[in-house]
Unconditional design. Sequence first.
Length: 235
Amino acid sequence: MNAPEGPAPPAPAWSTPPVRPAAGWYAVPVALVVLAAAGLFTTLALARGDTGAGAGPAVSGDAASGVPVRLKAGRTYFLYVRRDGTAPFGCAVEHGGVQGGVQGGVQGGVQGGVQGGVQGGVQGGVQGGVQGGERGRVRLTRKNSWSAADRPGYRYTASLTAPVTGAAVLTCRGTDGPLLVAPDGTAGFYTGLAFLAVLAACVAAAAGFVLTLTRRSRADQRARLGAPDPPGRRA
């Protein structure tokens, strides 16, 4: 006797368990922040100890009579001339003459009153410039010229490396009119880029952390409700 034909019983529904991101995914944004912070600290350390970065404010003066500057040995400085001015072909740094003038003025004032102070100041300045001054030529280069900032009325013309530390007088030949001396700001530029990179890394790390937390929470909720994972999220 044959069994009556009829519709087959429905097959049991099989579903894959919800995909739940592992807790190890939290290590990705943490590692991103750690690497960004390490890069920032490294950049700051290199910028602080970099001998190619200038220091001090920008100053201007006559190129022939001399520009009073404050230098730091080994640091780089940019030279600017008027936009219609000629570029210098030779520069020299004199270090120590200012201090001699001050000392001579003080000594002359103590010894001979006001008149003696004036005379002593003049004599001390001359003697200090001749005896105590150290004058040396500096080589002009184009180091870090790409980072030279635009200054109204001036154009970049050369870079120099300071041979001494302290107050000095810079004189240049081959150009007439005012000369602007500014410290090299390349180290500050790299530091700014490092800060921007750290900021972008922190934003990416926060987004990754929130995404991982959200997916884990949704997977736990679907597992409690017994709902299958959406097709697009299956492993």
